[in-house]
Design a protein around this ligand. Structure first.
Ligand code: C5P
Length: 219
């Protein structure tokens, strides 16, 4: 499995993160959560009182923070200017604003550049990598060894995400996911899009172990 790249896209709550981490563990590959990178830059913007709906302001500041991703699937890390922000980037404030920051072309240019560097480094070290996000199969790594598009019913996705963030308000979670999907799928710059050469996997009725086993077999 020298230098293998597994690219996984899909909407929020489709099981991308758990699946990607699981496959990376089983197959002894590195793991990159690109959503965490968009969340990290969003966290930095909010922490510095940048108006995230002002695309020009976001664009002019996007190169400022130093974002470092750790790619061990057993302990993935994300730091901004040396600070561990793993917990902060999951907070509601970041989740609400991440799609606006992600829609700015300069944000995407910076992130895609950095993601390609991380992939190239893994390959240079003969380690494979699982990369998950919204534009991995289309923009970041269109020549990936395995390309997957994960889906699940809106209800299943809302149930999973509610468990993750420990809320009983599944309806509110579902509305939040729908809003983010809408923004991520309709932005002008590299929207979430399913391509013909990506294998679609509907995870609705499947357990995590079943999905991991299926994807590992594909790889
Ligand atoms: O995967 P996660 O839900 O953590 O991603 C958070 C947000 O980051 C998404 O809603 C999307 O706006 C953005 N994102 C993106 N491109 C990626 C990964 C995430 O635009 N490759």
């Amino acid at each position: 499995t020298e230098g293998i790249v597994i690219a996984i896209d899909g909407p929020s709550g489709s099981g991308k993160s758990s699946t990607s981490r699981g496959v990376a563990r089983v197959r002894n590959l590195r793991y990159l959560d690109t959503g965490a990178m968009y969340r990290a830059i969003t966290w930095w913007m909010l922490s510095n009182d940048v108006n995230v709906n002002d695309a020009e302001a976001v664009a002019s500041l996007v190169e400022r923070p130093v974002i470092v991703m750790g790619t061990d699937p057993n302990a993935p890390t994300v730091t901004v200017d040396g600070r561990d922000v793993a917990a902060e980037i999951r907070e509601r404030d970041v989740t609400t604003n991440v799609s606006a920051v992600s829609a700015v072309p300069e944000t995407r240019e910076r992130m895609v550049r950095s993601q390609r560097e991380i992939i190239a480094k893994a390959r240079a070290e003969s380690a494979g990598i699982v990369v998950e996000g919204r534009d991995i199969t289309t923009v970041v790594a269109p020549d990936a060894t395995v390309k997957l598009f994960l889906t699940a019913s809106a209800e299943a996705r809302a149930q999973r995400r509610s468990k993750e963030v420990r809320t009983s308000d599944v309806a509110a979670t579902q509305a939040d996911l729908a809003r983010r999907d809408e923004l991520d799928s309709n932005r002008a710059h590299s929207p979430l899009r399913q391509t013909a050469d990506a294998t679609e996997l509907d995870t609705t009725g499947l357990t995590l172990d079943e999905v991991v086993a299926l994807v590992s077999k594909l790889a």
